[in-house]
Design a protein around this ligand. Structure first.
Ligand code: MLT
Ligand code: ZN
Length: 489
């Protein structure tokens, strides 16, 4: 039998129902269920209510009510987080705040190369709105058909074009944010330059809804690429990939937009599990790169520059084989292969994901050392290390052995700790683009220096004194560490 709700939660539910009406509340258990589990089904929480405000003012009302009554609020976008960042706690006392109805493009300003989108806009719709104005919004990731821009900004998403255009943070000009107590911080400017005081905007980007709720963003647009060349390359090894990247950046005048690394096993997984995906090359190789170069003007020379660079790289033994897309359909097929690696890996059974970054030049050495460490713990684990090598971000994932293995799951925290310790030796990041959420909260506390943690807790207390914003995510709820001596090497 369902447990009675604490009185403050009951009151919050009642007041939110009155404020938003039936259109703004999901109370039906079947419709609530998808909001109670994360994308990877790692976390199963519970909520009495999914609040669906249709405006910033309604969002502010929900937060004011919850702050008043001390009730947790879990902001929820497209629910594509890998880290459980949008799942309510197990106690069943957090209200989920869906941003899905805040889905208007408020403005596109082609002359200013900017647009204002509400948090619940699907990323693909933001891209299309820019394209209709002959502009380009470069944030791109596998989940773009369902993830929401508010979630992308709250997690500071990276994706496939970060090498050239930067991560989500670098694409934001201004933000509208509802604070924990319901006040609205209107920072929706479209300026490139603004040095007036502390940069409050950057506090909320990547905070995963723990400091406030992003309700709208002013985004940077770019000229639309008019020439795009896409190549799928077999490379000698990861070191060859890194050297090739530097060569291509130089030869093309820094026109490399994406540079994705794939090991053979990732190609095999997609060919096996994703309908319509075929190996782009005639014979198998150990390592591959999917790379794209682009120009904002019609530039027939780009193709010859690419071909000449690849020929030189072949002579140098870096590139072993190549397929260059001859049509949009071929380009799409190459991207489909790359973007379906996570889905194909899921079809191969349990996996342990590490979303790490190290300096680009250190990637080959990191891969060597970390692979040896993982295989020392699970000798029959399958290494599936792939990703955004162009910006040093590797999805250093490990799939369970064929046929499954109970010992694999049992060793997952040892594996994760070993990989993250090696990341630290390289002065890398244990969460390059997926965020911390619930999943890496303890790892953040283990890896971040005490002074950095102390500052994070102070910011949290200043902006959310009652601790209602996305409780238990990013920072552990316990008190801030006492020491203020920085100890990170
Ligand atoms: C990707 O780049 O495909 C995703 O961010 C990574 C993943 O599924 O691990
Ligand atoms: Zn990624």
């Amino acid at each position: 039998m369902a447990q009675a709700l604490p009185r403050n939660v009951e009151l919050a539910v009642e007041r939110i129902r009155r404020a938003l009406g039936t259109a703004g509340c999901i109370l039906d258990r079947d419709r609530i269920a998808p909001f109670e589990v994360d994308f990877r089904a790692l976390y199963h929480g519970a909520t009495p209510l999914v609040a669906c405000p249709a405006s910033t003012a309604e969002t502010a009302e929900v937060l004011a009510i919850c702050n008043d009554l001390g009730v947790g609020v879990v902001p929820h976008g497209g629910n594509t987080s890998y880290c459980g960042g949008a799942t309510p706690g197990e106690a069943g006392t957090d209200v989920v705040l869906s941003l899905a109805r805040l889905n208007r493009i408020r403005e596109v300003d082609p002359a200013n190369f900017s647009m204002i989108a509400e948090a619940g806009c699907i990323l693909a719709d933001v891209q299309s709105a820019a394209e209709r104005a002959d502009r380009f919004f470069p944030l791109s990731l596998g989940a773009e058909g369902s993830c929401q821009i508010g979630g992308n900004l709250s997690t500071n998403a990276g994706g496939l074009n970060a090498l050239r255009y930067g991560v989500a943070r670098e694409l934001v000009l201004g933000l509208e944010v509802v604070l924990a107590d319901g006040r609205v911080l209107d920072g929706l400017t479209s300026l490139r330059k603004d040095n007036t005081g502390y940069d409050l905007r950057d506090l909320f980007i990547g905070a995963e809804g723990t400091l406030g709720v992003i309700t709208a963003a002013s985004l940077k647009l770019f000229p639309r690429p008019r020439t795009i060349e896409t190549a799928f390359l077999a490379v000698r090894d990861p070191a060859a990939a890194v050297e090739l990247l530097a060569r291509l950046r130089a030869a093309t005048g820094d026109a490399v937009t994406s540079f994705e690394y794939l090991p053979r096993i990732a190609v095999e997984f997609t060919v096996r599990h994703i309908p319509g995906v075929a190996d782009p090359l005639d014979r198998p190789f150990e390592s591959y790169v999917l790379c794209e170069i682009s120009s904002a003007r019609e530039d027939p020379a780009l193709r010859s520059i690419l071909e000449a660079s690849l020929e030189e790289a072949m002579h140098a033994g870096l590139v072993l084989d190549a397929a260059i897309a001859e049509s949009i359909a071929q380009r799409n097929a190459l991207w489909r292969l790359r973007e379906s690696v996570p889905e194909a890996q899921r079809a191969e059974g349990a996996s342990i994901k590490h979303d790490v970054a190290v300096p680009v030049a250190a990637l080959p050495e990191f891969m060597r050392v970390a692979t040896a460490a993982v295989l020392a713990i699970v000798p029959n684990g399958r290494m599936v290390a792939y990703g955004h090598v162009g910006d040093g971000n590797l999805h250093f994932n490990v799939s369970e052995p064929v046929g499954g293995d109970a010992a694999f799951a049992a060793r997952s925290s040892d594996i994760q700790a070993a990989v993250h310790d090696i990341v630290r030796r390289f002065r890398g990041s244990i969460s390059a683009e997926h965020g911390i959420g619930r999943l890496k909260r303890e790892e953040l506390a283990r890896h971040e220096g005490p002074l950095a943690l102390e500052l994070m807790h102070s910011i949290k207390r200043a902006l959310d004194p009652k601790g209602i914003m996305n409780p238990g995510k990013v920072l552990a709820p316990e008190a801030a560490p006492q020491s203020s001596k920085e100890s990170r090497p």
